[in-house]
Write a protein that binds this ligand. Sequence first.
Ligand code: KG4
Ligand code: ZN
Length: 334
Amino acid sequence: MKTLGIETSCDETAIAIYDSKEGIIGESIYSQIDMHAEYGGVVPELASRDHCVKIVDVLLDALGDLSIKKIDQIAYTSGPGLLGTLLIGESFAQGLSIALDIPLIPINHLEGHLMSPMMEFPEIKMPFICLLVSGGHTMIVDVIGKGKYEIIGQSEDDAVGEAFDKIAKLLDLPYPGGPHLEKLALEGKSDTFDFPRPMINSDNLNMSLSGLKTSVLYTVQKISNISKEEKADIAASFQQAISDVLVTKIKKSIEITGRNEVIIAGGVAANKFLRSEFKKLEQSHNIKVYYPDLKYCGDNAAMIAFVGSMMKPIKNIDYSSKVRSRWPLNELEI
Ligand code: KG4
Ligand code: ZN
């Protein structure tokens, strides 16, 4: 069974083919980051137009020598994300489904992130804890079974990736700032500034990042003619504070649920400092921590094709639009 996955929820045009015996057999991704960097963030209208321009080339690149007639079903991201960009992926998926007369499966983007490590590490068994940290989301999910996801903690304000990007902007780093901030932090000392760790000791698993962000803002504003060394110290101290909050909340979630596998997913999972901090939990808490390969941390279509391949066979294809800008994990049909 070959599932073609299409991902267009934000600024990546991505297509991949998942074969239920061989795994991923073709994939291609085009990132619009350079175009949006000029504006300091994703411009939805430009993103939609660029998906239209690139999607056919991305499909052909993903297929390579494989004939499109060999595809058995189409899975596509129908939410959450930018409405305009999601509609491009949906229309393209519908066209392929009609032309090839094969099933069409709408997929929740967040479910793609949650499930993708199982594609790379077949030894992972549900239930497990997933920390999903991206530009738009920060949540701790108890993955009980396929389609059974309990959000046990989340950010009450900014997403972690969003906080990284905002602090990076304050430090005059390019967009998206997360990877640039991580690089700058390597040159700094993480104990120079004692930034707040909001809600770290709260008795639930929720987090808040706005107080930390404001504290960094005031610190930057107080320093006149800020030097490269001071920026590096701020970056390292900020990264340490976020990491302390996330690690503490994950520790607590393991203690509460008794799960012994933790998966870190989403764009921020690419951060090597965070990875090394979470790795320490393996010994202290006798658990296993998994990270997706770097190419599967951010948005990609392999995760969409993979989740599509796990879905029950579709009998009647429904071509009405399924696109949703908001689509919480607890509103999935099982
Ligand atoms: O999952 P993703 O590609 O897109 C969505 O938001 O869905 O995540 C992008 C976010 C951005 O905020 C980016 O700055 C952040 O992930 N990010 C990082 C790193 N790489 C990407 N944040 C910290 N350290 C990194 N190495
Ligand atoms: Zn994402």
